[in-house]
Design a protein around this ligand. Structure first.
Ligand SMILES: Nc1ncnc2c1ncn2[C@@H]1O[C@H](COP(=O)(O)OP(=O)(O)OP(=O)(O)O)[C@@H](O)[C@H]1O
Length: 261
């Protein structure tokens, strides 16, 4: 059985200024088996973030339903960990306190939390920064701490919304590789929203493409590139290049330099 089942999801918003109805998502259907990493991609405004928010339980779909392990999602829960673009760390807590907070959510006794938090911090390569506050870290380090905090809760599903969007290109590639390395040790099921075609392919087992608004699933492609993946090799793989070309054509991106939509 699939871990996540998205069935006929529809989302209409009412504009709070002019009262107009905007159908962001028309009819979206797809499933994710346990342990799979799925990228969700599509043109701007097609409802990627909305879809992720519905799975997170932050937004209630106006139509259809979403099931996690057979149970209908009706609100947020500790079984789903969300990593946002803007890190979502508590600014008043040190890195280790931020990560330990995730463990508290999981119900871990206080006596074990610090030790486990330090282990998670080591896993994301932040040892030595345990006592720093978020403002003392670079964007890439803050994002690593955010990933550590979510992983610490051992979520059934990890939901990531453009987690590397505000990070410079060089650091971004390093982080993508690191997040994959960590993912391979725990293998949580992931729904990863991005508008970067190369990132979508590099990270995932599967790329689900939404059409323009009001969206439906336009394509659902398996990525069979070998793991572990490193940019130096994966970017030259003929399958990577073939998929990139196909997705860019599908999304109407002409130039290689414009791989980011
Ligand atoms: N709370 C809201 N109220 C009204 N309209 C909304 C709301 N949230 C999203 N929308 C509209 O729904 C559509 C889909 O938005 P969403 O942010 O989900 O798209 P997206 O694919 O993630 O876009 P992008 O790639 O630009 O981030 C857009 O037209 C947006 O303006």
């Amino acid at each position: 059985m699939s871990l996540l089942q998205i069935e006929h999801v529809q989302q209409t918003y009412v504009d709070q200024y002019n009262g107009e109805r905007v159908t962001a998502i028309d009819d979206v259907n797809f499933t994710i088996p346990e342990g799979q990493f799925v990228s969700l991609i599509g043109p701007s405004g097609c409802g990627k973030t909305t879809m992720l928010n519905i799975v997170a339980g932050f937004v209630k779909a106006t139509g259809g339903r979403v099931l996690l392990a057979g149970e209908q999602i009706t609100g947020p829960g500790v079984d789903r960990g969300v990593v946002f673009q803007d890190f979502a760390l508590f600014p008043w807590m040190t890195v280790e306190k931020n990560v330990a907070f995730g463990l508290k959510m999981r119900g871990m006794p206080k006596s074990q939390r610090l030790e486990e938090a330090r282990r998670m911090i080591g896993l994301v390569g932040l040892e030595g920064f345990e006592r720093k506050y978020p403002h003392e870290l670079s964007g890439g380090m803050r994002q690593r701490a955010g990933v550590a905090r979510v992983l610490a809760t051992e979520p059934t599903m990890m939901l990531m919304d453009e987690p590397f969007a505000s990070i410079d290109a060089q650091t971004r590639r390093t982080l993508q590789q690191e997040v994959l390395r960590i993912w391979e040790t725990q293998r949580p099921t992931v729904l990863f929203v991005t508008h970067d075609v190369e990132e979508a392919i590099f990270m995932a087992d599967r790329v689900v493409v939404l059409s323009g608004r009001p969206s439906t699933v336009a394509a659902d492609l398996d990525v069979t590139l070998p793991r572990p993946r490193v940019w130096k090799e994966t970017a030259r793989d003929p399958e990577f290049l073939r998929m990139r070309g196909r997705l860019m054509t599908m999304l109407g991106v002409e130039d290689e330099e414009e791989a980011e939509l």
